[in-house]
Design a protein around this ligand. Structure first.
Ligand code: GLC
Length: 681
């Protein structure tokens, strides 16, 4: 059951965030939980019981239970985030309060900054507040008030409210290699050849900003990538897709048609004086398309044709929080400040101020108040109209609307073919148009652990196609970190190794002995028909691909505390290794299962009883569990998705059958009906 409460409508136009796809009439009832202390600015508080658990908030740090911290939805460029990081790249305002006395989900539909103090300031108080915008709150309760499946049902109902999650083409489930540092077609070819030579599976190579001419969107530097179309064709014959990056900022340069066209049509964000807003990103001074304006979205989306016509079938959209190094104004102010320090005797105070001048101009709140959008707003009579609104009030839906622009553009260009798309910034609603990767993490064990805990929360919010940079983006990894991370990555829908130009190379072939990597990536390809099938089923049924244990084992108190084990689909339990030098780990199993040890590209199965176990997990192996009376189909490992023989699958596990979803891997018209093949032992 979903009820909607509209708060703050008299004071401010309600931004149409595009998150919700189902009409729900505003309720006249009293808000059923806690107290709305203020409607303007909005503030709601709720007394939590000591045992209440709070789930949700999608892309955010810390545990699956979000209690004990203040999180803030404010799409941010946060390289090297840690457990003190309040805001990540996405704004995912959905949470579930789960306790003995009450179980309910809340979605705060707003485009602007919103804080979630979950028992941080006061241990038992949950407080949600916005700065100055209106908010529509959806309260979701399970109709079976004390059923076993309450958590799953609430998520399912929420996901039906926000619409079906994005489903990429099947090749996008193959392994992807990326590095900010591949500069030429030879660099890319070397990566492909090295993977093929080592016999390690690979489906895609990402192109980072260096493939462009002067970092200009939708260009390919002919000097570095001569005859690009022939190159993509040659690679596709080798089973490889190229995935170029597209950035939110458009280089300001006369004669560059994207820039000229955007200026001419007023498609870029403007300042209060009506002039186009300028800020610095990779190409230097740049304009920012007004992705909230449908015409600008259509216009930007149409440029993807340039690369699609060259044989590209997938993209990653970046820097779309939007990230900005500086604006024209903030740079001028910074130089002014620095000049004032010249010749001064810098003491502790002034030296710190001096030092901060450069730092503070990036992604600053002041800059986010310097430009405007033409956003769609809801009026009190229920209609929508276009309204000029300052960026900071709609900040959280900027990146999501870039995803929408790209997805809609590509659908127009390729109406019969799914394309791959993932973004860095996101908001709920964008999950219908693309996936996300979880941004600039580091080569740290803590970031592997963070990913394990983040993915189920992302699934609650609709983001199923996601994954972190395997091996870590910033800093340099040791081989064991990359092995363990790849072993977890086997199960994440987006499986991509990516790193920054100044870190140690971390392709699977770059550490000498490749045997372990080969075996681990082989498992991905062996499980790929299953992973694809579970993914599509989860998306189509509004279910979660990754779940916390307690979602399915709600009667089990132990399962509630287990947040370093997660369920995949309906068959698998994962207990990844995320600590350095660990030769194994303790695992809690809520029921009898089959333990699979994958070594040297073969699976060994043994029965294991419910309860606590210490399991050995040698570095080159992957261990996971198949649930009671369930079975998982394994294919023969292949070097890329198109070579997988899904006619030849072997079922492993205690169950005797599995319902495999199958399609051609690219058709846009996805339905479960008629596409399920029953596989029997
Ligand atoms: C951003 C992205 C990262 C990319 C880099 C260069 O930091 O998050 O993935 O490699 O930009 O484009």
């Amino acid at each position: 059951m979903t009820e909607k409460f509209v708060i703050g409508f008299e004071n401010c136009p309600l931004i149409d965030t595009g998150a919700v796809v189902r009409e729900v009439a505003a309720s006249e009832n009293k808000f059923p939980f806690g107290e709305i202390v203020n409607s303007w600015p909005f503030k709601w508080t709720f007394n939590m019981d000591e045992d209440d658990v709070v789930f949700g908030l999608g892309e955010s740090v810390r545990g699956i239970n979000k209690r004990g911290f203040t999180y803030e939805s404010w799409c941010s460029d946060v390289p090297g985030q840690n457990e003190g990081t309040k805001s990540m790249y996405g704004a995912h305002n959905f949470l579930i309060v789960y306790g003995k006395k009450h179980v309910f989900g809340l979605f705060f539909d707003t485009a602007s900054r919103i804080s979630f103090d979950i028992g941080f300031t006061e241990h038992n108080i949950l407080e949600v507040s916005t700065e100055d915008t209106g908010v529509e709150i959806y309260v979701i309760r399970d109709s079976e008030s004390s059923g076993k499946n309450q958590l799953n049902n609430i998520v399912k109902e929420f996901r039906a409210l926000i619409g079906t999650s994005y489903i990429p083409p099947m090749w996008a489930f193959g392994f992807q290699q990326s590095r900010w540092g591949y500069k030429t077609n030879e660099d890319v070819q070397t990566v492909v050849d090295s993977y093929r030579k080592a016999g390690i599976g690979l489906d895609s190579v990402c192109l980072d900003i260096d493939y462009m001419t002067d970092y200009k969107d939708f260009t390919v530097d002919e000097k570095k990538f001569p005859e690009f179309k022939n190159f993509t064709k040659k690679l596709s014959e080798e089973g490889i897709h190229l995935i170029p990056i597209i950035d939110a900022g458009v280089k300001l340069q006369e004669g560059y048609d994207v820039c000229d066209d955007g200026v001419k049509n007023n498609f870029f964000c403007k300042k209060a004086d009506g002039k186009d807003f300028v800020a610095g990103v990779w190409p230097g001074r740049s304009y920012f398309p007004d992705f909230l304006n449908p015409d600008a979205r259509e216009w930007f989306g149409s440029y993807y044709r340039r690369l699609l016509e060259n044989g590209v079938e997938g993209f990653w959209n970046d820097m779309n929080e939007p990230a900005m190094f500086y604006s024209d104004e903030s740079l001028e102010e910074a130089f002014e400040k620095i000049r004032n320090f010249e010749g001064e005797n810098l003491d502790v105070q002034s030296f710190f101020e001096f030092k901060d001048v450069g730092q503070k101009i990036s992604n600053s709140d002041e800059d986010y108040k310097r430009f405007y959008h033409n956003a769609s707003v809801k009026t009190s009579d229920g209609s929508k109209k276009t309204f000029c609104i300052r960026h900071d009030k709609v900040h959280n839906i900027f990146g999501g609307n870039m995803t929408r622009a790209s997805a809609e553009g590509m659908e127009k260009i390729l109406p019969n073919k799914r394309t791959l798309l993932y973004s860095r910034a996101s908001c709920i609603g964008a999950h219908r148009y693309g996936g996300i990767w979880t941004g600039d993490n580091c080569s740290q064990w803590a970031h592997l652990e963070q990913e394990i805990k983040m993915l189920p929360s992302l699934n609650m919010c609709g983001f199923l196609y996601s994954g972190a940079d395997i091996g870590g983006f910033g800093q340099s990894p040791s081989v064991d970190l990359v092995l363990r991370w790849t072993a977890f990555g086997v199960f994440t829908p987006l499986m991509r190794n990516h790193s920054a130009w100044d870190s140690r190379v971390q392709e699977c072939y770059s550490f000498g002995d490749t045997k372990g990597f080969k075996s681990i990536v082989d498992l991905r390809y062996a499980l790929l028909p299953y992973i694809y099938s579970e993914f599509v089923k989860a998306a189509m049924k509004n279910e979660m691909y990754f779940k916390p244990l307690c979602f399915d084992f709600s009667d089990d108190e132990r399962a509630l505390d287990c947040d370093d084990e997660i369920l995949l689909g309906n068959e698998i339990l994962l207990a990844p290794i995320y600590k350095q030098n660990a030769r194994g780990r303790y695992v809690y199993l809520p029921e009898d299962m089959t333990m699979i040890t994958w070594e040297n590209s073969t699976a060994r199965a043994e029965e294991i009883s419910a309860g606590d176990h210490y399991i050995n997990v040698p570095l080159n192996s992957v261990v996971f569990f198949i649930r009671k009376n369930k079975a998982v189909p394994f294919a023969k490992p292949a070097s890329c998705v198109k070579d997988i023989n899904s006619a030849d699958l072997k079922l492993i596990g205690g169950g005797s059958e599995y319902e495999l979803y199958e399609d051609d891997g690219f058709t846009r018209d996805i339905k479960l009906d008629g596409r399920i093949r029953l596989i029997r032992k």
